[in-house]
Design a protein around this ligand. Structure first.
Ligand code: ARG
Length: 458
């Protein structure tokens, strides 16, 4: 079939060129946005007397019919079309004849595709925000339940100081809150209408771009038509936000994987989110968490792919930009899938408080508190630090822990040691005394939980 744009050429492209050129397999996802965008365009053309009001009404009815037929399954999208825009216009013209051919007055596929993509992504990004908020919800519930559970906090993956599990979980909540902010920010900048920029230079018709933008729920219009059709910042911004979100989910996954190993055994993931091995009967593998970690690489790739595609493009539209959708759709869909599995995985996660406590009892994670004890009795911190280090070394050599070392031994290192030291190095005391704002004490964790809950309620 000759192309709709046949004229300058016969519109008879090679089959392979057709396949290469076509984007409908990817952009058919935007059929709803394309049709509602076209309905607003027809309404504007009618209101501005660029076409007759009766023609505008016919176009809108025709478009509505196409939308309903696609949704009900009565109309299949013709995958031999170049893209979704061509398909809808072709179908409309088949249904309405010459009136259908009036729809594309005062616009171009260049502003049309930019419009569709913004409309599609603002919805997707909004759904992603909701998913992150659901994750925040289950995360805060787990933190609330386990706010007093003690485990070792790590630096360099070496046991460092005792912390509460609630505190650890709330660290991820803070990251996710920032992710929500970033996505909302991207949505706000995305919600500017490019329609009416036309091919690149605007148009000679007396259009009303603000009318169209309002009808489609945009907050404003692109103020420069060259920019309006060339701008894909909104995709890059969204993908950057998603890449950071995935980085957070990946770090969390890494911890879940470590924690569910026999070596740690801090948590048990529900059977629903783990798999077995085809050969080793004892295995329970944290595949979902591993996949989230793995898919993070793929999402970074999507972001890099689009940045690289855009970096050398002259103004205004270039066909290279058709590549945008594959990357941004993949990033959005991958992240949404990861969130959908992450939410119930966290919700059903069992916490092995005893194992966490046991790990906290070895590894001398109260050594800082031992030093602080001496400091409070008047010793300069550096000297207290040195003594505590020597005591740890002795414990290691004699197979003891700080809690069981007799007072006489302590006194060999400093006269300042007294019976009360045992209370000071008790893990619960260590945690409860971390009262500084944002610290690990139960009271501080409760404040963090209240803060996140307040944000979620808004
Ligand atoms: N399928 C194209 C895309 O996704 C639509 C815009 C085509 N514009 C053009 N002048 N060829 O970018």
């Amino acid at each position: 079939m000759a192309k709709m744009w046949a004229g300058r050429t016969a519109g008879q492209t090679d089959r392979i060129a057709d396949d290469f050129n076509s984007s409908i397999a990817v952009d058919s996802k935007m059929y709803k946005q394309d049709i509602t965008g076209s309905m607003a365009h027809a309404a504007m053309l009618g209101a501005q007397n660029i076409i007759l009001q009766s023609e505008a009404d016919t176009l809108i009815d025709g478009l509505q019919g196409i939308l309903e037929d696609i949704e009900s399954g009565k109309l299949a999208i013709d995958m031999s079309c170049e893209d979704i825009h061509m398909f809808v216009e072709q179908e409309l013209t088949a249904r309405l004849g010459d009136i259908g051919k009036k729809l594309h007055t005062a616009r171009s596929r260049n502003d049309q595709v930019a419009l569709d993509l913004r409309m599609y992504l603002r919805e997707e990004a909004g759904e992603m925000v909701e998913l992150i908020e659901q994750l925040l919800q289950v995360l805060t519930e787990q933190a609330e339940t386990h706010k007093a559970v003690i485990l070792p906090g790590y630096t360099h993956l070496q046991r460092a100081q005792p912390i509460t599990f609630g505190h650890h979980l709330m660290a991820y909540a803070m990251m996710l809150l920032r992710d929500v902010d970033r996505l909302k920010d991207a949505i706000a900048r995305m919600n500017i209408s490019p329609i009416g920029c036309c091919a690149l230079a605007g148009t000679t018709y007396d259009t009303d771009r603000v009318f169209e933008a309002n009808k489609l729920g945009f907050d404003g219009i692109a103020l420069n038509s060259l920019d309006g059709v060339s701008d894909r910042d909104f995709c890059v911004e969204l993908m950057s936000g998603i890449a950071i979100l995935m980085m957070h989910l990946s770090r969390f996954s890494e911890e879940l994987i470590l924690w569910s190993s026999w070596e740690f055994h801090f948590v048990e993931l529900s059977d629903a989110y783990t798999t077995g091995s085809s050969i080793m009967p004892q295995k329970k593998n944290p595949d979902m968490a591993e996949l989230v970690r793995g898919k993070t690489g793929r999402v970074y790739g999507d972001l890099m792919a689009l940045l690289t595609t855009l970096k050398g493009l002259p103004l205004a539209y270039n066909k290279d930009m058709q590549e945008d959708k594959e990357s941004v759709f993949d990033a959005v869909e991958t992240a949404k899938m990861c969130l959908k599995v992450f939410i119930p995985m966290i919700d059903t996660m069992k916490v092995c408080a005893d194992n966490m406590k046991k790990a906290a009892q070895t590894g001398f994670i109260n050594a800082t508190d031992l030093a602080d004890y001496l400091v409070k009795k008047g010793l300069p911190f550096r000297s207290a630090y040195k003594i505590s280090g020597q005591i740890v070394a002795q414990c290691i050599a004699s197979g003891q822990v700080l809690e069981t070392l007799p007072l006489e031994t302590y006194r060999q290192y400093s006269e300042l040691f007294d019976e009360d030291l045992y209370h000071e190095i008790d893990l619960t005391t260590c945690v409860e005394k971390r009262i500084s704002a944002g610290g690990t004490s139960v009271n501080s964790v409760e404040k963090q939980i209240a803060f996140v809950k307040g944000k979620l309620e808004k």
